[in-house]
Write a protein that binds this ligand. Sequence first.
Ligand SMILES: NC(=O)c1ccc[n+]([C@@H]2O[C@H](COP(=O)([O-])OP(=O)(O)OC[C@H]3O[C@@H](n4cnc5c(N)ncnc54)[C@H](OP(=O)(O)O)[C@@H]3O)[C@@H](O)[C@H]2O)c1
Length: 261
Amino acid sequence: MNLEIFSLKGKVAIVTGAGRGIGKAIALGMADAGADLAIAARTTDQVETTAGEIRKKGCQAIAITADVRFKDQVEKMVADTVRHFGRIDILVNNAGGMFAVPTMEMSENQWNVTISENLTSVFFCSQAVGKIMMTQKSGAIVNIASIVGIVAQPLNAAYAASKAGVINLTKTMATDLAAYNIRVNGIAPGLIVTPGTEWLYEDPKGAISEIPLARGGTPEDIAGGVIYLASDASRYVTGETIVIDGGLITKTPMKQPSVSS
Ligand SMILES: NC(=O)c1ccc[n+]([C@@H]2O[C@H](COP(=O)([O-])OP(=O)(O)OC[C@H]3O[C@@H](n4cnc5c(N)ncnc54)[C@H](OP(=O)(O)O)[C@@H]3O)[C@@H](O)[C@H]2O)c1
């Protein structure tokens, strides 16, 4: 088998939310696979740092300050990328955030912000980049969902609903865009240790103890899946969301029967 199908050499990618955490690891991993990149998030110095690290790897990178909740900022991000690189082959919709609030106490504004941050942003970016990919008659979109888009997470209804929405948006856009040779897939990460989630791992009896592979995931664990879905290695895969969670949602929470000898 020619492993060149995993290469992203000559491809141009946008990664949203690549200033830190999972998005940064995805962007650096895609650069290792040969891609040139547009790095987007709201915090300018963080996107510039990621872009600088990519250039040191010998790939081209531009840093774009954008809030993906707003359509005008998304359209400018896409226009800036096309002006610089002339095309867009890959979009990774990674930007997002969790705002856990008990459902019965959640305000209308908290609901709207969460949906806007995690779901509407994916629609805006995919629509704007999808139009460019349709003219190219090729492209790959990878959406970062979550296992809580598949299973319930108590006290986190808006986030869970937004990620479930991302998983179906992935399927529906995949069927809409297949005729243009554009694939749309997703990754559903489990518990990944990032600056935003470190507090979850302080208690050894806490979240980690439920994971069959007995550790929290790293951002790099997600990057490998994204490279697969963005590359020609996954050329016959579309509409799929791959779970990367160390086996967390595979395991039944039921008490195991004791083994008799
Ligand atoms: N960590 C986990 O355990 C886990 C599990 C499942 C799914 N996920 C998903 O994975 C993605 C990344 O999570 P993470 O843990 O790496 O988060 P993180 O460390 O907080 O990083 C999030 C990135 O997204 C950017 N971002 C957030 N809102 C944005 C907006 N409105 N516009 C543009 N950029 C925005 C942030 O930069 P600025 O704040 O500067 O904009 C930052 O670069 C999210 O979609 C999250 O829901 C994470």
